[in-house]
Design a protein around this ligand. Structure first.
Ligand code: ADP
Ligand code: MG
Length: 292
């Protein structure tokens, strides 16, 4: 594209709240064949709320005190949901030590009585050899409603499980349809479990998704698609998305996302909607075809 037409395209995009870093990003956006989207904060609002709290053992307030203490040290959106839930119930955080956060799994610490506490997903329990037993069907039921289940274990005993719901953005399904109509293959990648991922993918109309991914897996998936000849756009809002955003041919950051995500992106959307990506791609195509 000529410098002038690029300027016009970038200016037009800016009117729609889309900040395009340079002519290269505009060029590449016009050639995208695949768009990878993160689930949390991209398809969903990223404001998860606790909808179910099942205390299986012990006093409810004591258990919630442990949860509050554990999640105070985490920056994950699920931690914010559990902390607000504890606050709404006027829970005092317990005293814990040796807090540690485990990427893609959850958080752990030593509790007031020297017990090992683990708060996180099924993979975390699994790795510790803790079994769900009869609670598995309850967990599956919550996951089939697109909720994420967080488990609390004390030593080798499961003591509570929480259902957390992060509503879809109202326009996610429509925006996915629009991107598909523009000829893009839309793929969802998430660190969340396969059951919750399947429910969300179905609700928004995405056939192709991968779940239980670590940040490096998202990055590897972008590379794999590129090697298969796809021109890959990627959007995500979290620190865990930054490596994949940087690897993608064009990274789209959602305005309210983390600074790390914005720095790794060629295009930043000021409004938190996937429609912004369809706008950006449509504007880039129009700009590049007009001047050929
Ligand atoms: P995503 O952004 O897709 O959720 P993450 O790698 O950040 O990916 O997290 C993967 C999974 O690890 C989460 O879906 C959740 O099950 C679990 N997890 C991570 N951090 C926490 C936490 N602080 N509390 C509970 N669960 C957590
Ligand atoms: Mg995320």
């Amino acid at each position: 594209a000529t410098p002038i037409s690029t300027m016009i395209g970038v200016g037009k995009a800016a009117e729609h709240g889309i900040l395009i870093r340079d002519g290269q990003a505009l060029q590449t956006a016009s050639r995208l064949t695949t768009l990878i989207v993160d689930k949390t904060g991209t398809l969903t609002e990223g404001k998860p709320r606790v909808t179910d709290a099942e205390i299986l053992q012990g006093d409810e307030r004591d258990v919630l005190g442990l949860v509050a203490a554990l999640e105070r040290g985490s920056e994950h959106p699920l931690a914010a949901a559990l902390l607000s839930y504890a606050e709404e119930n006027a829970i005092e955080p317990a005293t814990i030590r040796d807090f540690d956060s485990v990427t893609g799994r959850g958080v752990t610490a030593i509790g007031p009585e020297g017990e090992r506490l683990r708060l996180g997903n099924a993979a975390m329990l699994d790795e510790a050899g803790i079994f769900l037993g009869q609670n598995e069907s309850r967990a599956r039921e919550l996951e089939s409603q697109a909720r994420t289940v967080v488990y609390l274990a004390m030593d080798d005993t499961l003591v509570a499980l929480f259902g957390i719901s992060d509503p879809l953005r109202v326009d996610s399904a429509e925006a996915v349809r629009r991107l598909q109509a523009d000829g893009l293959k839309v793929v969802m990648l998430t660190g969340d479990n396969a059951h919750t991922a399947a429910a969300v993918a179905r609700e928004v109309g995405i056939d192709d998704y991968r779940a239980g991914l670590m940040p490096e897996d998202k990055h590897a998936e972008v590379q794999r698609l590129q090697q298969a000849g796809e021109v890959v756009g990627m959007t995500g809002d979290g620190i865990n998305d930054a490596p994949a955003l940087a690897q993608a041919d064009v990274g789209f950051a959602i305005g309210q996302g983390t600074d790390v995500a914005i720095e790794s992106a060629g295009i930043t959307l000021m409004r938190g909607s996937l429609h912004g990506i369809a706008d950006a791609i449509e504007i880039s195509r129009a700009t590049l075809t007009n001047i050929k």
